[in-house]
Design a protein around this ligand. Structure first.
Ligand code: CA
Ligand code: CA
Length: 272
């Protein structure tokens, strides 16, 4: 008997709860605030056409209406800004996004129209990424691998040749012991065994720390900085935390994940 009453009460409670949810949702839809109404009227007339074309992607569905979760609200804000920036091809909108998410915003626009982005809007790592990605997408959209050589990011440069000319990144066309990817990393000619014509082939020079595209040795001391030599104490700790062998390789500044250390690495590189 008690069990039956319990079941009936549970069903009743569920029913009342469902009705409450439905009514609540209907209220939200049926009674927009006056300002909302005015805004939407204003928008609906002029942007009707645009809105049809600018349908939001499905992931933004969860972002419509009131969001109570702070984290979700933040993500939605970023996604909406990126969505707007890419739709309008307006990279300046990416500046409204936190530094760590800005790169995705820039790249998303570059993928659609590389010519539309002014990379001077961005500084530091974002500027470097913007310039490299811009050249990469320009090269691909124009099917012009000559542009690949102008890409600053060496790995991206190799990928550019791989996509346009179908070059095998691990192949060794000139038989000098360096793969295509390695040739790109060292700035050597992948079709020439001895890029600088000094009588020593590229891989021999690289192995022995000689400059394969110029005179003399690569001076390791000028491109490596020991963490202990850094005067700024915080930076010294950061350096030890992030670097293998307690050493910053200035040639690899762009691979450093910490924004702070990355900027410091660049400042050292520029001071050489
Ligand atoms: Ca080679
Ligand atoms: Ca040589």
């Amino acid at each position: 008997m008690n069990k039956k009453i319990l079941i009936i009460l549970t069903i009743l409670a569920f029913f009342v709860f469902s009705v409450f949810i439905v009514l609540n949702n209907n209220n939200k839809i049926d009674i927009p605030s006056i300002t909302d109404k005015k805004e939407s009227e204003k928008e609906s007339e002029s942007d009707k056409k645009e809105n049809i074309e600018e349908e939001q992607p499905p992931f933004l569905d969860i972002c419509s209406g009131d969001i109570n979760d702070e984290e979700l609200a933040e993500i939605c804000k970023i996604e909406k800004t990126i969505n707007k920036a890419t739709k309008n091809l307006d990279a300046s909108k990416c500046l409204n996004i936190k530094e760590e998410f800005r790169q995705r915003c820039i790249i998303d626009i570059l993928k659609i129209n590389p010519d539309s982005v002014d990379c001077s809007l961005f500084d530091g790592r974002n500027n470097f990424v913007c310039l490299s990605e811009k050249k990469y997408h320009q090269a691909i959209s124009r099917d012009d691998s000559d542009l690949c050589l102008e890409i600053k990011d060496k790995i991206k440069r190799a990928n550019c040749f791989n996509v346009i000319d179908k070059v095998d990144l691990h192949g060794d066309e000139d038989g000098d012991g360096l793969s295509f990817l390695e040739e790109m990393m060292h700035g050597t000619n992948p079709n020439l065994k001895d890029s600088d014509g000094d009588g020593f082939n590229d891989s021999e020079e690289v192995k022995n720390n000689y400059n394969p595209v110029g005179e003399g040795k690569i001076n390791q001391e000028t491109i490596l900085v020991k963490c202990n030599e850094i005067e700024d104490e915080d930076m010294q700790i950061l350096c030890k935390q992030e670097m293998d062998n307690d050493t910053i390789d200035l040639e690899k500044c762009y691979d450093i994940e910490s924004e702070e250390l990355y900027n410091y690495c660049l400042s050292l590189l520029e001071s050489l």
